[in-house]
Design a protein around this ligand. Structure first.
Ligand SMILES: NC(=O)C1=CN([C@@H]2O[C@H](COP(=O)(O)OP(=O)(O)OC[C@H]3O[C@@H](n4cnc5c(N)ncnc54)[C@H](O)[C@@H]3O)[C@@H](O)[C@H]2O)C=CC1
Ligand SMILES: CC(=O)C(C)=O
Length: 260
């Protein structure tokens, strides 16, 4: 029987999620990639990259804002890959707007994708771990914006503060079942998300394209933009037995931007 552990990573068709999926595959996990249906082509490339590492991988079309989608993705991972050990609630979106312009629709959208998804991911994973008699690990995407509110990223910052709160709550509620719950807090990672933030900030403050990103990168003490692999190393740790005694934590992985 295949005793390989299984991890599900949301939003792994690109960016940080892809980096996490590849790292966990290198660590020995079979991987389920849960991303929006329109990302299927990109996700299939990641599936292939994982298979080249000698692991199994599947793509499950999933909208993380929908509870039934997340539960179905967890079921598919367990049934098709043979176990369920780790969920990484990574998928998220950014919104770039001054607080006075944030609409009710904006708030509903970002909270359903960045926050509701984390609640549903915790619920689905905890239920599956218990059904399989496993302890299991739940890991979610926070941000430096979960630790300090960032201007013009008001709704986004609020959503990431919520992820931090949920991580602390779930860690305490699930500890009696041996389930650990942690989150990673990246800084400025060179992905599609920051392309969007840079573009929208330029529209708001008139700086040329790339200028806002450059200024933010200049505030990183380690002197370079973050990569998905930088983030994936922290997730690898949280998923590993080395982190068995770590729960309820939000770990800054930002090259030295914020300090706690
Ligand atoms: N890029 C950065 O500088 C930082 C990113 N983060 C967080 O890391 C996570 C990943 O971000 P990136 O890789 O940079 O973003 P990205 O925009 O490059 O990738 C996000 C992925 O999530 C997927 N996604 C979006 N909405 C979804 C939905 N409703 N259902 C399923 N999948 C959905 C997208 O299709 C995409 O594959 C996000 O939660 C983000 O907030 C945190 C701090 C910094
Ligand atoms: C994208 C993100 O989380 C920040 C704060 O840059």
């Amino acid at each position: 029987m295949d005793s390989t552990k299984v991890a599900l990573v949301t939003g792994a068709g690109q960016g940080i999620g892809r980096g996490i999926a590849l790292q966990l595959a290198s660590d020995g996990y079979h991987i389920a990639i849960a991303d929006l249906a329109f990302q299927e082509d990109k996700a299939r490339v990641v599936v292939k990259e994982i298979e080249e590492l000698g692991r199994k991988a599947i793509f499950v079309a999933t909208d993380v804002s929908k509870k039934e989608d997340i539960f179905a993705a967890v079921d598919a991972a367990a049934e098709q890959l043979g176990s369920f050990d780790v969920i990484v609630n990574n998928a998220g979106i950014a919104q770039v707007k001054p607080i006075e312009e944030i609409s009710e629709e904006d708030l509903n959208k970002i909270f359903s994708i960045n926050v509701n998804s984390v609640v549903f991911g915790i619920q689905a994973a905890a239920a599956k771990f218990t059904a399989l008699g496993k302890k299991g690990k739940i890991i979610s995407a926070a941000s430096i914006a979960a630790v300090k509110g960032f201007p013009i990223l008001g709704a986004y910052s609020a959503s990431k503060f919520a992820v931090r709160g949920l991580t602390q709550v779930a860690a305490q509620e699930l500890a009696p079942r041996g389930i650990t719950v942690n989150a990673y807090a990246p800084g400025i990672v060179g992905t599609g998300m920051w392309d969007l933030i840079d573009e929208k900030l330029s529209e708001i403050n008139g700086k040329s394209r790339g200028e806002n990103l450059k200024e933010n990168v200049e505030s990183i003490m380690l002197g370079r933009i973050e990569t998905p692999e930088d983030v994936a190393g922290v997730v690898s740790f949280f998923a590993s037995p080395k982190a068995d005694y770590v729960t309820g934590q939000v770990l800054l992985v930002d090259g030295g931007m914020l300090y706690n």
